[in-house]
Design a protein around this ligand. Structure first.
Ligand SMILES: NC(=O)c1ccc[n+]([C@@H]2O[C@H](COP(=O)([O-])OP(=O)(O)OC[C@H]3O[C@@H](n4cnc5c(N)ncnc54)[C@H](OP(=O)(O)O)[C@@H]3O)[C@@H](O)[C@H]2O)c1
Length: 320
């Protein structure tokens, strides 16, 4: 048996507890069993539909730990004892537990420079930023990219990847206390979302990458050039859900392309990103640590604005 965070109650009123006796999984076919050292909590993850479709609701998609066992059909190059980090697919989760099963397409060796707690905060932000910049928007050198929620977990990686890897001019929207850090991470322009009509001061944006949703998302339409893109991963307004209508703003800005997407795990991107972290190109995300018996507080903290960092539940405390 193992300890796992469990969500009870209802979707409207979730209750987070620590279940001390959940059956420990064992890897079948080509599955990989990871002993979880740390699991991060993503803002809003308790609202994700997929969690509520599962009979045993263990949340958690971002983890770091060591390989405990390999399924009988596993043929990759990972070995028992290897230190890995992983994004577990949105449909499965189950990461906030002492052990979890991952697929080989979801896992890579963790960045050597980071401890497990730091590494566990990285997979979803890294994969989301990569997919938005390189696969969805295909950002080109010199493009102007506006990032909302720029000081958030996904935002700080977007700012770094767009400026340092894609060579874009980045406009970062955040509260003012983060402006200096965001400039150091590569932003060319910083904008305070508390300033009335801030959107009127920005023009000719090629791509907006939004991590907030409304009310910020709506304002960004004014900043985009004709035929530019708006890409959002934030909690989407109803009209943006896949296949269910169109944004009202298209009436005024008919040529702007718009997209909401849900990130999928890719081990090859995690591998590449680990190298970018180890060679200093991408700086880690600030974290806030909680022990498993404080899981309820950890989830409450993850939904609070102006946090110190991404919330991480540590199952195996670091030795130092
Ligand atoms: N679709 C996908 O595949 C996908 C992937 C990753 C994340 N997400 C979602 O994307 C969102 C961001 O994730 P995250 O991990 O980056 O969260 P996070 O670390 O909590 O960051 C959230 C950011 O949004 C800003 N923000 C929140 N409300 C705001 C408002 N009303 N006005 C202006 N700024 C506001 C926060 O700024 P302050 O600090 O100033 O409050 C912060 O910068 C979450 O909802 C998450 O579930 C979706």
């Amino acid at each position: 048996m193992m300890k796992a965070v469990e969500v009870r109650g209802t979707q409207a009123s979730p209750e987070v507890t620590l279940n001390p006796a959940v059956p420990k999984p064992s890897p079948k076919k080509a599955e990989i069993l990871v002993k979880v050292h740390a699991a991060a909590v993503t803002r809003d993850e308790l609202t994700w539909e997929e969690l509520w479709r599962r009979p045993l609701r263990i949340p958690g998609h971002d983890i770091s730990g060591e390989i405990a066992a390999l399924g009988p059909d596993y043929q990759g190059d990972l070995r028992v004892g290897d230190e890995v980090y992983s994004m577990i697919h949105a449909f499965r989760g189950l990461g906030q537990a002492e052990y979890v099963i991952v697929e080989s397409s979801e896992v890579a060796r963790k960045p050597r420079l980071l401890n497990h707690a730091q590494a566990s905060a990285m997979p979803i932000p890294l994969l989301t930023a990569w997919e938005a910049i390189f696969e969805r928007a295909q950002v080109q050198k010199g493009w102007k990219v506006l990032v909302t929620g720029a000081n958030g977990a996904v935002g700080v990686i977007l700012v770094q990847m767009a400026s340092r890897l894609a060579g874009a001019e980045v406009v970062a929207v955040s509260s003012p206390q983060h402006h200096e850090t965001l400039k150091q991470l590569g932003a060319s322009q910083v904008v305070d979302y508390n300033t009335p009509n801030w959107e009127d001061t920005i023009k000719d944006v090629d791509v907006v990458i939004d991590t907030v949703g409304d009310p910020i998302l709506t304002k960004t339409w004014k900043t985009v050039k004709s035929h530019g893109h708006i890409i959002t991963v934030g909690p989407p307004p109803a009209a943006w859900e896949y296949g269910k209508g169109r944004p009202d703003e298209l009436d005024e800005f008919p040529n702007v392309k718009w997209l909401f997407f849900i990130v999928v795990p890719k081990s090859e991107i995690l591998e590449k990103a680990a190298q970018l972290i180890d060679n200093g190109t991408i700086k880690p995300i600030a974290i806030e640590l909680f022990s498993p018996d404080k899981a309820s507080q950890a989830h409450k903290s993850a939904s609070i604005r102006n946090r110190k960092g991404k919330v991480v539940i540590e199952f195996v405390p670091e030795k130092n």
